[in-house]
Design a protein around this ligand. Structure first.
Ligand code: BG6
Length: 455
C-alpha cells in the first residue's frame, strides 16, 4: 500500500474534465492496483444524490474499461457533497468529511481555483494535505505567480501537483528512454546536427461543447503554453543525473528559462487562425463563432503556431516550431527532429530526398527514422527508407499515470512552480501582440489542414 492519502476529493466533480478524463484514469489506476487505498468524495456546485454520483463514477470507470473489484468498490461507496468551494464554511464542511490525509484535486476553471485557494487559506488544511491543480495554472504570468505564492502558504511546494497529463503520456516518457538510454542520439542532439524541431498537436476534435472554458483560453493557452512547451523541455533538456523530481524538473526548467520567441519578435514568430464551417469524417462542423456559448468578440484562435528559440550552447540557432489546433483534417501529433544535410554528398550520387529526420509520434505511439540509402536498382541513386517501431500502449491512460503521482505524493510528473511561470513568460509577448491585433486572425475550413495561405 502507498502510505498517506486517505481521501481523494475531486472539486468540480460534476464537470466535463472529471467525467471524460479524470475518473476514467482513476478507475484504471485502481484496476492497476498500484497500492492506493483511499475513499473518493465528489464535490460540485449542482445538486446530486450519492446514488446519482455513484452511477456517474461507475459510468466513467466503465468508459475507461475499469471494471475490476477495486474500481467497483470505490465507485460503490463514494459520496457527493454539494458545495461552493469559494466559501470558507463549505470548505470546512468538505474537510470535516474526509478520513485520513486528503488530496484535494481542483478540476475547476483557473479563476474558480484561484478563489477557492484564497478561501482555503482562511480555513487551513490538515497536515500532509496534497493539492492537485489542473492546467491552465492561472490566467497569465502575474496570476500564476500570485497563485504560487498563495499555495505555498497552504502546503509545501512538494505537496503541490500542477497536473499536465502530457507528462503522463507513455510516448512522452519514452522520449527519456530514447534520448538517455542510447548513445547514438545524444551525439547528434544539438545545433551542430539539428536543423529544426517541430512539435505539433493537430486535432480533428472541434469545440466539443467546451465554450465556457475554451473561448477564454484559445489554442495558445490551452495547448502551447502548457503541454507543448513541456514536451519541448523534455526533448531539449540536458541529461539529468537521475529521474527523481528534483533532477528531472530542474533540467526541464533550465530549458524553459532559456526559451524566448524566435528573434524576440512575437509578430513574426506567431500565427493564429479560427475554423469556419466544414466537415470532418462526414460530420458537419459549424463555424467556431457560431458554436453555442462562443463570444465572437473575443476573437479566440483555434489554431496557433509559435516559433521559439532556446538560447543556450546546445540549441542556439535551432527553431522549435510549436503548433496546435482543432477541427483539422488529420491527427498529426508528433515531435519531428529534422537533421542538417550532410556537409558533402559524393559526386556521382543522384537523388536527394532531403535530410534525415526522426519522428516521435504521439498518436499512434511510434518512432520513425527516415534515412537516405542507396535505392533499389541503380546503387548510385539515393532513396528514402523508413525504420519504424510502434509502442505498446501504456498500462494506463495519461491521467491514471499523473493521478498515481498525486496520490503517492510523488511530484516527478507534476509541473514545478517555476516551470509554470516560465511557460507563461514565454507566451506573454505573443498574447500581447495578439491582443493588440498585430497578428491577423486567419481562417480555415473545418476539416482542412489550416489556412490556405499557410501551406
Ligand atoms: C487538453 C486540452 O488539455 O488536452 C484539450 O484542454 C485537448 O483541448 C487535450 O483536446 C488533448 O489531449 P489528449 O491526450 O486528450 O489528446
Amino acid at each position: 500500500m502507498v502510505d498517506g492519502i486517505g481521501t481523494l476529493v475531486i472539486l468540480g466533480a460534476g464537470g466535463d474534465l472529471a467525467k471524460r478524463l479524470l475518473l476514467p484514469g482513476l478507475g484504471q489506476l485502481l484496476d492497476a492496483d498500484r497500492g492506493h487505498d483511499f475513499r473518493l468524495i465528489g464535490v460540485g456546485f449542482d445538486e446530486m444524490t450519492d446514488d446519482e454520483w455513484r452511477a456517474r463514477v461507475a459510468d466513467s470507470f466503465a468508459a475507461g474499461e475499469a471494471t475490476g473489484p477495486r474500481a467497483r468498490a470505490v465507485a460503490g461507496e463514494t459520496r457527493y457533497l454539494r458545495a461552493d468551494v469559494t466559501k470558507p464554511d463549505d470548505l470546512r464542511r468538505i474537510l470535516a468529511s474526509v478520513t485520513g490525509v486528503p488530496a484535494l484535486y481542483f478540476a475547476l476553471p483557473p479563476k474558480v481555483t484561484i478563489a477557492a485557494c484564497a478561501a482555503l487559506r482562511t480555513v487551513g488544511v490538515p497536515k500532509g494535505t496534497v493539492l492537485g491543480l489542473e492546467k491552465p495554472f492561472g490566467t497569465d504570468l502575474r496570476s500564476a505567480q500570485a497563485l504560487n505564492r498563495k499555495l505555498v502558504t497552504l502546503v509545501p511546494e512538494t505537496h503541490i501537483h500542477r497536473v499536465d497529463h502530457f507528462l503522463g503520456k507513455s510516448t512522452v516518457l519514452n522520449l527519456l528512454g530514447l534520448r538517455f538510454a542510447n548513445r547514438i542520439f545524444e551525439q547528434v542532439w544539438s545545433s551542430e546536427h539539428v536543423e529544426r524541431v517541430d512539435i505539433r498537436f493537430d486535432e480533428t476534435l472541434a469545440l466539443e461543447g467546451r465554450a465556457g472554458y475554451y473561448d477564454k483560453a484559445g489554442a495558445l493557452v490551452d495547448m502551447i503554453q502548457s503541454h507543448l512547451l513541456l514536451v519541448m523541455a523534455i526533448v531539449a533538456m540536458e541529461p539529468p543525473s537521475s529521474l527523481d523530481a528534483e533532477d528531472l524538473r530542474g533540467a526541464m526548467t533550465q530549458v524553459l528559462r532559456a526559451t524566448r520567441v524566435w528573434d524576440g519578435d512575437a509578430v513574426t514568430a506567431s500565427r493564429r487562425a479560427r475554423y469556419g464551417a466544414g466537415s470532418i469524417d462526414g460530420h458537419k462542423i459549424p463555424a467556431y463563432d457560431k458554436e453555442p456559448g462562443v463570444d465572437p468578440e473575443l476573437a479566440t484562435e483555434t489554431l496557433a503556431e509559435v516559433t521559439v528559440g532556446i538560447e543556450n550552447w546546445r540549441w542556439a540557432g535551432v527553431p522549435f516550431h510549436l503548433r496546435s489546433g482543432k477541427a483539422l483534417s488529420d491527427k498529426r501529433q508528433e515531435v519531428v527532429i529534422t537533421f542538417k544535410d550532410v556537409p558533402h554528398r559524393p559526386y556521382g550520387f543522384t537523388g536527394n530526398p532531403g535530410p534525415a529526420c526522426l519522428r516521435i509520434s504521439l498518436n499512434p505511439d511510434s518512432i520513425e527514422l527516415d534515412l537516405n540509402i542507396n535505392g533499389e536498382g541503380n546503387p548510385f541513386t539515393i532513396d528514402r527508407v523508413r525504420l519504424d517501431v510502434n509502442f505498446a500502449a501504456g498500462e494506463m491512460a495519461p491521467y491514471g499515470e499523473v493521478l498515481h503521482g498525486v496520490l503517492s505524493d510523488d511530484p516527478t510528473l507534476s509541473v514545478r512552480a517555476d516551470a509554470v511561470e516560465e511557460c507563461w513568460r514565454i507566451v506573454a509577448p505573443v498574447l500581447a501582440a495578439w491582443r493588440k491585433n498585430d497578428v491577423p486572425l486567419d481562417s480555415y475550413r473545418a476539416g482542412s489542414t489550416g489556412p490556405t495561405a499557410w501551406r
